[in-house]
Ligand binder design. Structure first.
Ligand code: GCO
Length: 263
């Protein structure tokens, strides 16, 4: 294994790692040698099912059930993980929700839920994991942003506000923590084939056709497309990279697109 990308001996905590993009990134980290701690917030059953998948690939994986928005639970879980598994070397802040509601129809409670999970939850997680990283003088934090960190779209205003804020939080974490040899960066997925996008991805759905037309690669992302970038940002190869968001988006942010009838 190239030492620049070798994660052997490292402990990686992935929030929301029981399915979708989180699982794909965690799988990449595990296959690069990391010991995984997979967080979920809804059920131990989902965690246990995910652990079977990781272990079937020969990956050492543990589970931890907690809600990233609840600071007391986060503090207790981080202490438990560091006691039972080991110091957390890599934190992937992936847990997130989306609510597709026009802003004028969205309740404050719905807005607060998105912001608290997608932005405040990252602050809470990182604040309590980074303390150990600062003591050890090393760490990797990867915040899962979005192409909505850069662009708006109808009905995802709260999500875009959270992910836009997450891009700036990533830059501020880097500003405060780089001096401790902690690299904080983001990954901005484009449009991926997951359960979160399933409702807008069905054949014939106008959005599905739009994304295929708007994405230079001409396809939805496969969650496995994210694994390499996650390994890169978790590994020594990125030791002098801080505060950057790497967009894994098939080129969608690189272009204004092309007319439907243009070849
Ligand atoms: C949507 C999608 C997006 C993607 C992703 C893009 O409704 O527009 O769900 O939000 O999931 O976040 O980066």
């Amino acid at each position: 294994m190239n030492p620049l990308f070798d994660l052997k001996g490292k402990v990686a905590l992935i929030t929301g790692g029981t399915h979708g993009l989180g699982m794909a990134m965690a799988m990449g980290l595990g296959q690069a040698g990391a010991t995984l701690v997979i967080n979920g917030h809804s059920s131990q059953e989902k965690i246990d099912k995910a652990l079977e998948t990781y272990r079937a690939e020969g990956i050492t994986a543990h589970g931890c059930l907690f809600d990233v928005t609840q600071e007391a639970a986060v503090m207790e879980s981080v202490a438990q993980i560091e006691s039972e598994v080991g110091p957390i070397d890599i934190l992937v802040n992936n847990a997130g929700i989306i609510k597709r509601i026009p802003l004028v129809e969205m309740s404050v409670e719905e807005w607060d839920q998105v912001i608290r999970t997608d932005l405040t939850g990252v602050f809470i997680m990182s604040k309590h994991v980074v303390k150990g990283m600062m003591e050890r003088g090393a760490g990797k934090i990867i915040n899962i942003c979005s192409m909505m960190s850069e662009l708006g779209r109808n009905t995802v205003g709260a999500y875009a506000a959270a992910k836009g804020g997450l891009k700036m939080l990533t830059q501020n974490m880097a500003t405060e923590w780089a001096r401790h040899n902690i690299q904080v960066n983001g990954i901005g997925p484009g449009y991926f084939a997951t359960s979160q996008t399933a409702p807008i991805r069905v054949d014939g759905h106008p959005f599905n056709d739009f994304i295929l037309q708007r994405t230079p690669a001409g396809r939805w992302g496969d969650p496995a497309d994210l694994a390499g970038t996650a390994v890169f940002l978790a590994a020594p190869a990125s030791d002098f990279i801080n505060g950057q968001v790497i967009y894994v988006d098939g080129g969608i942010l690189a272009t204004i697109g092309r007319p439907a009838n243009e070849s």
